[in-house]
Ligand binder design. Structure first.
Ligand code: ATP
Ligand code: MG
Length: 351
C-alpha cells in the first residue's frame, strides 16, 4: 500500500509494509485473535498486529472528511472501497496497492507516472494542497528523492498555494526538509522553500551530495544563520549545533595534510570532520583522515601519552597543567614531537 508499492516498483526495499483492508477495526482485531494486537489509532482505523515479532500496521480503507485547517481532516470514515481509499492519497505514485498475490491496483496511473518520472497529485492539485498544505513539501521531498519531475499542474499549484505552508507546524516542516535532496530540487521551486526559510537566496547544493539531513541542511544553509533558522524550525539542539558548525566551516577549504587533518579532528571531532570533508567533496583529504584514524594517530588530549596527573607529579599545578598539555598536543599534531611518554616529559623540561 502507498509508499511500499512505490518503493518495490522502484527496486528499493520498503522499510515497512502498510496493510489495508475493507474490514472494520473490530473485525481486524477478531481476525488476529491470538496475536498481539495494539490499538494504535482505532479512531483512524489503524491497529498494529505483531506478527512473527514484527509490528505491521493494518488500516481499514478510509475516506477523509472535510479539511478546515489545511492540515488534517476534521473526521474520517471507513469505506469498503479500495479505490476511495487510494483517492485520498497525495500523489499517484503513492496511490497504488498490491494484493497478496502481487497484483498491482493502480487506479490513478501511478505506474505510468513512475515510468515517466513524474510526480503528480491525485485529483486537482490546488484542491489537494488546500486540504493539506504539508503535501506541498512532500512533493519536493518525493521529487528530489526519486529524481522525478513535477507535472505541470502540480508544479503550478505548488507555487500558487505555497503560502498555506504557514498552517503547517514547524516540526512537520523540518521533517520534510530532512528528507530532501536540495541539489535535486528544481530552482523554480525556490519560492516554496523560501516560505519556510525566507533567508534563502538560492539553492547551491551539489546534486550528488549524500541524502543525509545534516549534510543537506549544512549545504543549503551555507553562509546563513543556520542556528537561528533551525531553532525556529524546532530542530534538536544536536542537529542545530552540528549544522551550524558545518555551514560556517564549509566555505574554508581544508588542506590535505596530516597536520591539517589532525587539527581539524582536534577542533571538531571525527564525525563532524568527516562530514565537513564530505560537504567539500574533498576525497583526498577524506582518505588522509581515514588513515589518521586507522593508525590511531593522536589528535586529542585524551590520546596524549601523558596525563594531567603525570604533569602534576612533575611539579606543575593548576592552569599550568592544561596549558602544558595543550602545548604538547600542538607539537604532536604538528609532527615535531613523538607521542611517547619519555619524549613528552623531556619536551616539558625544554619549554
Ligand atoms: P516514506 O518512505 O517517506 O515513509 P511513504 O509514501 O510511506 O514514504 P508516509 O508518510 O509514510 O509516506 O505515508 C504513507 C502513505 O500514506 C503515502 O504513500 C500516501 O499514500 C499516504 N499519505 C501520507 N501522508 C499523506 C498526506 N499528507 N496526504 C495524502 N496522503 C498521504
Ligand atoms: Mg512510510
Amino acid at each position: 500500500m502507498g509508499g511500499c508499492v512505490r518503493d518495490t516498483l522502484l527496486g528499493l526495499a520498503p522499510h515497512d509494509w502498510d496493510v489495508c483492508t475493507n474490514a472494520a477495526p473490530p473485525k481486524v482485531m477478531e481476525c488476529f485473535r491470538g496475536e498481539r494486537v495494539i490499538e494504535t489509532g482505532l479512531k483512524h482505523g489503524t491497529v498494529t498486529v505483531v506478527a512473527g515479532g514484527k509490528p505491521v500496521e493494518v488500516t481499514t480503507f478510509r475516506v477523509d472528511g472535510a479539511y478546515s485547517d489545511h492540515r488534517r481532516p476534521d473526521k474520517v470514515a471507513f469505506t469498503a472501497s479500495l479505490r476511495e481509499d487510494l483517492a485520498r492519497r497525495d500523489f499517484t505514485i503513492n496511490a497504488m496497492a498490491m494484493t497478496p498475490g502481487g497484483e498491482i491496483i493502480d487506479c490513478f496511473g501511478g505506474q505510468n507516472d513512475l515510468r515517466a518520472g513524474l510526480l503528480r497529485c491525485v485529483g486537482s492539485p490546488a484542491g489537494r494542497f488546500e486540504e493539506d498544505a504539508l503535501r506541498i513539501l512532500r512533493a519536493l521531498r518525493f521529487a528530489s528523492r526519486f529524481g522525478l519531475a513535477i507535472e505541470g499542474k502540480t508544479a503550478a499549484a505548488l507555487l500558487e498555494k505555497r503560502g498555506l505552508l504557514a498552517y503547517v507546524a514547524a516540526e512537520r516542516v523540518l521533517h520534510e526538509l530532512c528528507g530532501m535532496r536540495f541539489g535535486q530540487v528544481d530552482p523554480r521551486f525556490l519560492p516554496v522553500l523560501r516560505t519556510v526559510i525566507p533567508e534563502l537566496t538560492g539553492i547551491q547544493v551539489p546534486k550528488n551530495l549524500a541524502a543525509e539531513p545534516t549534510l543537506q541542511l549544512a549545504a543549503l544553509l551555507r553562509g546563513l544563520d543556520a542556528r537561528a533558522i533551525l531553532t525556529r524550525l524546532k530542530a534538536s539542539r544536536a542537529l542545530t549545533e552540528r549544522v551550524a558548525l558545518l555551514a560556517a566551516a564549509v566555505g574554508a577549504p581544508v588542506q590535505d595534510s596530516g597536520v591539517e587533518i589532525r587539527r581539524l579532528l582536534r577542533d571538531m571531532g571525527p564525525e563532524a570532520a568527516e562530514q565537513l570533508l564530505a560537504l567539500q567533496n574533498n576525497k583526498t583529504a577524506l582518505q588522509t583522515l581515514r588513515g589518521v584514524l586507522v593508525r590511531g594517530e593522536c589528535y586529542s588530549l585524551k590520546m596524549l601519552a601523558v596525563s594531567g596527573d603525570d604533569l602534576a607529579a612533575q611539579g606543575l599545578a593548576g592552569r599550568e597543567i592544561g596549558e602544558a598539555l595543550e602545548g604538547l598536543l600542538d607539537k604532536v599534531i604538528g609532527g615535531t614531537l613523538a607521542n611517547e611518554r619519555e619524549a613528552l616529559l623531556m619536551a616539558l623540561d625544554d619549554s
